[in-house]
Design a protein around this ligand. Structure first.
Ligand SMILES: [Zn+2]
Length: 61
């Protein structure tokens, strides 16, 4: 994730679990002159390929 203020690279400072499929991610700008700290969200949207069966569960015919 790039800093929206100065476009420098950032590092993840902390992650907060909001729900099972939603997290707030706190980023810290690596540019010392900027120092921007901001939050993004990571959320499950949709599946692209579904597994044929649940992992570790027996396949039923
Ligand atoms: Zn910045």
């Amino acid at each position: 994730m790039r800093c929206p203020t100065c476009n420098s690279t950032t590092r993840v400072q902390r992650t907060y679990v909001i729900t099972e499929y939603l997290r707030d991610i706190m980023h810290c700008c690596k540019n010392e002159k900027c120092g921007h700290i901001f939050v993004t969200q990571q959320e499950f949207i949709r599946s692209v390929v579904l597994p044929i069966a649940e992992p570790d569960s027996p396949v039923t015919a």
